[in-house]
Structures are given as C-alpha cells and as structure tokens.
Write a protein that binds this ligand. Structure first.
Ligand SMILES: N[C@@H](CCOP(=O)(O)O)C(=O)O
Length: 464
C-alpha cells in the first residue's frame, strides 16, 4: 500500500513515511492510493476472529510489509493489553434495533485510546529502530490529548506537546492531561478555542523548515494511522451484531467533531463492510450537519456545549471525504481548500450532495436533547451515557428507519463529563483511576493563542 496526498503534491510514499509525515507536506491529508477491497470469503473468516487478531489482519492491508509480522503482532498485543475489557471494544444491546459500541475501555476512558495506544507503541518502535528523535505536536478538545500523552509518557526518544483550549475541556479531561509529571510531556493551555489550537498546529506542520528542524510528528487524525486503527472496530462491531457477513446492512451512528471517527466508518464501508447509513451526530457546533443537509461547508459561531470534545467548527478529515465524493481530483481539492481559506466556504453541486446523502444522514443534537437522552436512557435501561454518546443515540433515533439495526458509538465514559451528568440529577461513582486524579498535582503552561509564542514555547521544550 502506498499513500498519496489529497492535494496531489506528495506521491506514493510507504507506510512508515506516511506515519512520520502526519500532515502531507503539501498541506493536504494522506490517504491510501487504493482503498483495499476485502473479498466476501475474507470477511467471513474475519467474522470469527478476536479483536487483536482482526486488528492484525486489517493492518496488514495498510502496513505494506514494512513491519515484520512478529513485530507487528507484538505491537498490537502491547497496545491492547492496556484495555480493561477482554473484547477491547464490546457491544451492549440497548434495544432490538439499537446497540452501543463501547469504545471507552482503554486507559483514558475514550475511544481515542484505540488508535493512540497503538501509535504510542509504533512511535517508540520507530524511534528505536531508526534511532531518530520524535517530537509529537497535537491539539485537543480534551480526549485526544489525554490519550496521546498516555500513549507516550516516559518513553525514550519521544517528547509530546499538546495544546488544549483554556477552560474549554472538562475537569477530568484537564486533570488527565495536566497531572502527568513525566519530563517528556508539555501541556499548553491556550487562550482560544480548539479550532485556534488545530489551526496553529496545522500551520506549524505546513511550515516544512519548522517541521523538519523540530522533528515534528502528529497524533491528531490528520495522521492516517489514526483512521486505520479506528476502521477495525467497525468490522468487529458489525460481526458481533450481525453475526456472519451477508446479514442485512447495519447503520452506524457516530458522534463526531473532526470527521475522523465517521471517516473511518466510511473507509470500512468502501472496503466492503455492509454498512447502511452513516449517521453523523453533532452538537450545536453543527457545520458537518449543515454540510450533509445543504451541501454548504461554512463555519458558524463557536459554542461551548455539554459535549466539549465535539466543540469543533473546522473538521480536519472533511478534506479526505471531499476528495472521494468529488471524484478523487487532487487539483480540485487543492483549489477548494484554498478557496475555503480565503472565503470561508465550500459549496458542492446538487449531484454531489445527492451522493453525500446516499451515504450519510445527520442530526445536530442541542443541549436539552443531549441531557434528556441521558436521562431517558438511564431511566429506561439503567445505562449511563456520556454526553457525546448521548448525541450518537439521539441522532440514531432521529435518523434510522423503523426496522433498521443501528450501532451507536459510545465514545467516552460518563465519568469524564460529570458536568453534564449532574445536570441530569444523576450521581455517578468515578472509576478508581479517575477518582485518583483529583489528588494529583497539575502542571501546565498558560499561553496566548498566538502562533509565534506557541512556536517558541514548543521549540524550547523540544530542545531542552
Ligand atoms: N475531539 C478531539 C479533537 C481532536 O480531533 P482528532 O480527530 O484530531 O483527534 C479531542 O478530543 O481532542
């Protein structure tokens, strides 16, 4: 498998190079040159595999034999041995038509661990094999940062700097990031919102002199390896719910802000998994919902919500999807992304919109609906959803037709978002690792949302 850029100026690089490049050097996003097509017989075999066996089978389509088999197996085993559930991403049934895919059994209680435990292992592997320094730079609205830090804290040859928006992540998310005392970790608490953090790091990655002088590596879903690891749980969930292949199509409902998680579902579908609708759930920051309903991609006003991880306007992975839905034309994508930078808007034709709507449905879940979904599901089933997962369930109930089976992604544990849970009048007990955070000392640097100031702080940390 080779990787190319959505903007056409990075040609055919291998798996490890794609991993290390993160953001494509032409400012676009890396994607596989061809999407692997999985034969039905292979899908049938896969339906009987355990989680880590399935990870291995799927990864080999993407890793291009660049990692020896035994090494890859070991990396996978080490990555998922940290999960608290033997199935890694188990399924829970809410009703005959609605299932939850629990993605929060990793060390930081969010779906990000599924990819970032593996990426932490892989960065460490590459640092040792190639004898290179790796300086990770990432932006987070709360979950990615904690998970990325957990994946590489204390690891030799790796430093990590994470930008989070000051005062705009949940208390537990903040504690998960800032109570880590390892010297290879720097948390910058940025005055601004997540979009500011993401824009600044993308500009720093796009400055190739800065990128190479600082050996920058990416953990955000601009890095295709994040998507690769997340593709797996769509297959695994489908097999758990539908049994063997050949059963009816199954919908997936996905709470998403950066379009990464749902893009992994789109890739799984393109690989041959019988997915019906991909239901996109947003909160009040609903640029993606508006795109799917109207074909216009244009940021609105930033809003703070009960689901802070999805408080995102400009969705990184949207560019990857645009590439596919507009006919895999890199020149067109480069032009549209430039237009977006200047005019702040992309509109697609009615034919393209029809193609989008044949694959996606969308629902923007307002605060009141998010809280009422948490309360209702708790009363009816005794299951406590976190606010992001509640958006997924609300969207599934809004967009799925009667008789369709939908798997809704439960992306985080409710203990990460007690601010919303207590507004529902529900008292929850924290799992021990989360409770313990409240007694630990915090370490973070508050900084203005200014690219130059952030670049200087990052350089000083990486060189220190
Ligand atoms: N929701 C994310 C934002 C970063 O998105 P990613 O897809 O690049 O990881 C978070 O919790 O940080």
């Amino acid at each position: 498998m080779e990787y190319i850029s959505t903007r056409g100026k990075v040609g055919s690089i291998g798996f490890i190079d794609a991993f290390m490049m993160g953001l494509a050097n032409d400012g676009g996003l890396l994607i596989p040159k061809q999407i692997p097509q999985i034969p039905i017989e292979t899908l049938q075999t896969w339906s009987k595999l355990g989680y880590t066996e399935l990870v291995y089978e799927i990864f080999t389509y993407f890793t291009n034999d660049e990692i020896p088999q035994e090494d890859l197996k070991q990396l996978i085993a080490d990555s998922y041995s940290t999960f608290r559930h033997p199935e890694v991403t188990p399924i829970t049934k809410l009703s005959d038509e609605l299932y939850l895919l629990e993605l929060f059994h990793g060390p930081t209680f969010a779906f990000k661990d599924v990819a970032l435990q593996f990426m932490g292992q892989l960065y460490s592997y590459v640092a040792k094999k190639k004898g290179v320094r790796i300086n990770i730079l990432g932006a987070t609205s709360g979950d990615t940062g904690a998970s990325a830090i957990e994946g590489v804290r204390g690891k030799d040859g790796i430093k990590i700097c994470i930008l989070h928006p000051h005062g705009k992540v949940s208390k537990v998310q903040e504690l998960q990031m800032t109570t880590v005392q390892d010297d290879n970790v720097l948390n910058l608490s940025v005055d601004g919102n997540f979009d500011d953090c993401q824009r600044i790091i993308k500009e720093l990655f796009a400055n190739l002199d800065f990128k190479s002088a600082n050996d920058l590596a990416a953990i955000n879903s601009i890095n295709f390896i994040r998507i690769m690891a997340q593709i797996v749980y769509y297959f695994y969930a489908y097999f758990q719910v539908a049994g063997n292949i050949g059963a009816d199509k199954v919908n997936f409902s996905v709470p998403t802000g950066n379009f990464g998680d749902i893009f992994a579902g789109y890739m799984a579908k393109r690989m041959g998994l019988p997915i019906g609708k991909l239901i996109l759930a947003t909160n009040e920051n609903n640029i993606l919902e508006r795109f799917i309903k109207e074909g216009v991609y244009m940021p609105g006003d930033f809003r703070m919500t009960y689901s802070p991880s999805m408080d995102i306007q400009v969705a990184s992975n949207f560019e990857r999807y645009l590439y596919y839905v507009l006919g895999e034309d890199p020149e067109l994508i480069a032009k549209l992304m430039e237009q977006f930078k200047v005019e702040g808007e992309i509109s697609i034709s009615s034919e393209a919109l029809a193609a989008v709507q044949s694959e996606f449905a969308a629902h923007g879940v307002l605060g009141a609906e998010c809280l009422s979904t948490i309360s209702r599901v708790k009363t009816e089933t005794n299951y406590l959803l976190d606010p992001h997962s509640a958006c997924g369930v609300a969207a599934a109930q809004q967009c799925a037709e009667k008789g369709e089976i939908t798997i809704s992604l439960a992306t985080a544990h409710p203990a990460k978002f007690n601010e919303a849970i207590e507004l529902c009048g529900i008292e929850q007990q924290y799992p021990e690792p989360i409770q313990a955070l409240f007694n630990k000392e915090q370490r973070q640097t508050r900084i203005a949302g200014d690219k130059q100031a952030i670049a200087s702080a990052i350089e000083a940390f990486y060189r220190g």
